[in-house]
Design a binder for this molecule. Structure first.
Ligand code: ADP
Length: 610
């Protein structure tokens, strides 16, 4: 094996983990290999594959989830004189036929295939006709239904064992001890060697910031990119900002561009051409910040990613460490910042559970979210230790001395107390009927939160403004929590007993009910509110709209409505006075401060003249 490693791959010795994996396969054992990205997983099966082929033991079949990954590997192997090929859907039929012919003639040391092809009966029949030395399953965590990269076809890979009598080696960079157990049992491994590598990344500095609003998060992203020197078009280093939704990638990228950063966004909903453009701009360094969903991931390898910011929390620590682990591959110091807010885990819960009623799905999702929550709120345990412990199941890792916990720089907003928002219980049949009756009795459509408030008997301004106190059901569900009433309304929407209307401010209605428009003699809430607004607030609104248009931002990103209210109330006359207004940081003051002061001054003068 060492001879192959040296002669074919040009390395002088095996790295930690590779030796164990190779030895297991050599002894005819199955192996489950968990090594961090960059540790050299490919050689764990490529070296035995080449050695076996040279000894006439047959071909190694490699199952890989991405065509790009297959092509990279095949190119690299071919470049080293190894007979390797792939069959995939991007090839034309002639190419596929040529590869199959080489495979059937026993000419290939390695054949890369997709999990879909591995599950095809025709392919399995073909496998039975040729000696197979080894089965390698790459990115094996894709077979975990609870993981972040689940691929259903992976669950059928054990079928290959019925047609091929060869050891199986499964490899992944991201699996908890539980997922490793799933890999072992799903692939029907027999007394496998379990290889676990060292997951520490000493050059990465982990940090968590507790921020609720998008505006505050944007400021944090800008600060992190600024600190890494990414504002200029030229220079070394880049950043990836991960968002949970496509829409958010667009918003964040637009804000970064307006703030002067060469940024692009990437998500699976863009056209292939747009994605390719964003990717190649990032590769070539023209775009130094890429704002992406997790669609930008597998197979991505840039040495000089200096910053990875998670704009919103991901749904599991596996996803987090895999994405954050793309920073600092070159070994230079790099930073991984997780921006964490109370709503993030709710979003992830919705994404993971959706309409599923499976108790197992709910349980696994909750466990994953609780782990993220514990990580985010940690105030006494080194973040690097927490992350490594999550993968290895052991706690004996050295502290990193650089994360925000080790350096005593944790965000004071973190309470330290674990708090995953409880999934709300839905209410029983009688209460559901009451909710439906209330919707039927509404004079005009309202949103679900306001309805929940009214049913609980709230005296909030919104309830009063919509005259909900007159509703016969007002206060009838005072015993229930707001969350459980909202969850019940959501359940009724899923059951199609209620419908949701509108995008921005969705309201609820009975299915088939006619849409009521606000009549002229009944002013809408919006109209009433704006008539109560002062001139200064109206001017600031106008200014905010104009700036948002210019900068292609959302209005609240310029400044929030509460900032307008505060300016209106306090009438600041100087930059110092502006700085005392919550929600106006130094960056905003530098950008908009003079204009705001001018608006205030104009009105002060007008008031004096009157
Ligand atoms: P992984 O799949 O675990 O992310 P790769 O298999 O792509 O990692 O290997 C990462 C890099 O490490 C490659 O450039 C590879 O050539 C190099 N590498 C792997 N094994 C060794 C070794 N034993 N000695 C030196 N370099 C190695």
């Amino acid at each position: 094996m060492l001879d192959v490693l040296r002669a074919v791959f040009g390395h002088s010795g095996f790295r930690a983990g590779q030796d164990e994996a190779v030895a297991a396969v050599l002894a005819g054992r199955d192996a489950a290999v968990l090594l961090p990205t960059g540790a050299g997983k490919s050689l764990c099966y490529q070296v035995p594959a080449v050695a076996a082929f040279e000894r006439g033991r047959g071909t190694t079949i490699v199952v890989s989830p991405l065509i790009a990954l297959m092509n990279d590997q095949v190119d690299a192997l071919t470049g080293r004189g190894v007979a390797a090929a792939a069959i995939h859907s991007h090839q034309d039929e002639d190419d596929q036929r040529r590869v199959v012919a080489r495979f059937l003639a026993g000419e290939l040391a390695l054949l890369y295939i997709s999990p879909e092809r591995a599950a095809m009966a025709s392919f399995q029949r073909m496998l039975a006709r040729v000696p197979i030395a080894l089965l390698a399953i790459d990115e094996a965590h894709c077979l975990s239904q609870w993981g972040h990269d689940f691929r259903p076809e992976y669950l059928r890979l054990h079928e290959l064992r019925d047609v091929v009598d060869a050891p199986v080696i499964a490899l992944t960079a991201t699996a908890t001890p539980r997922v490793m157990d799933e890999i072992v049992s799903s692939l029907r491994m027999r007394a496998p060697a379990i290889v676990r590598g060292d997951f520490r990344r000493p050059n990465l500095r982990f940090e968590v910031r507790h921020l609720g609003s998008d505006a505050a998060r944007l400021e944090a992203v800008i600060a992190a990119c600024e600190a890494a020197g990414l504002r200029s078009r030229a220079g070394a280093g880049r950043a990836i900002v991960y968002c949970s939704t496509r829409k958010k990638t667009e918003l964040v990228a637009a804000a970064l561009k307006s703030a002067g950063f060469p940024a692009q966004h990437y998500h699976a909903g863009r056209t292939a051409l747009a994605r390719e453009r964003a990717h190649s701009a990032f590769s070539a360094g023209r775009a130094r910040v890429l704002v992406a969903t997790n669609a930008f991931g597998m197979g991505i390898d840039y040495g000089d990613v200096r910053v990875i910011v998670h704009f919103q929390s991901p749904g599991s620590l596996e996803a987090y460490y895999q994405e954050a682990g793309r920073a600092g591959r070159d070994g230079d110091p790099s930073t991984c910042v997780l921006l964490f807010g109370p709503g993030d885990l709710m979003t992830q819960r919705k994404l993971a559970i959706g309409a599923s009623t499976s108790a197992a799905v709910v349980q696994r999702t909750e466990a994953a979210l609780a782990a993220v929550d514990r990580y985010a709120r940690a105030s006494s345990r080194c973040r690097q230790v927490m992350l490594c412990a999550h993968f290895t199941g052991t706690d004996d890792h050295a502290t990193c001395a650089s994360c925000d916990v080790c350096t005593g720089a944790t965000d004071p907003m973190a309470t330290g107390a674990a708090h995953v928002p409880e999934p709300a219980e839905t209410l029983g049949a009688d209460e559901r009927q009451l909710v439906l009756d209330a919707v039927a009795a509404l004079a005009r459509p309202i949103g679900r939160v306001n309805l929940a408030l009214a049913l609980r008997g709230s005296r909030s301004k919104a309830v009063a403004e919509a005259a909900l106190m007159q509703l016969p059901q007002y206060g009838a569900l005072a015993h229930a929590s707001q969350a459980s009433i909202v969850a019940t309304i959501d359940a009724l929407i899923r059951e199609r007993r209620l419908v949701r209307r509108g995008q921005k401010y969705p309201t609820i209605a009975l299915p088939g009910a006619t849409r009521e428009r606000p009549t002229r003699d009944r002013p809408t809430r919006e109209r009433r509110r704006s008539s109560a607004r002062s001139e200064i607030a109206r001017d600031l609104e106008r200014y905010r709209r104009q700036k948002a248009r210019e900068l292609k931002w959302k209005a609240y990103m310029v400044f929030q409505t509460r900032v307008i209210a505060a300016i209106d109330a306090q009438r600041p006359a100087s930059v110092d006075a502006l700085a005392r207004i919550a929600g106006l940081g130094p960056a905003k003051i530098a950008r908009f401060g003079d204009d705001i002061l001018a608006v205030v001054r104009r009105h002060a003068t007008a008031a004096r003249l009157i």
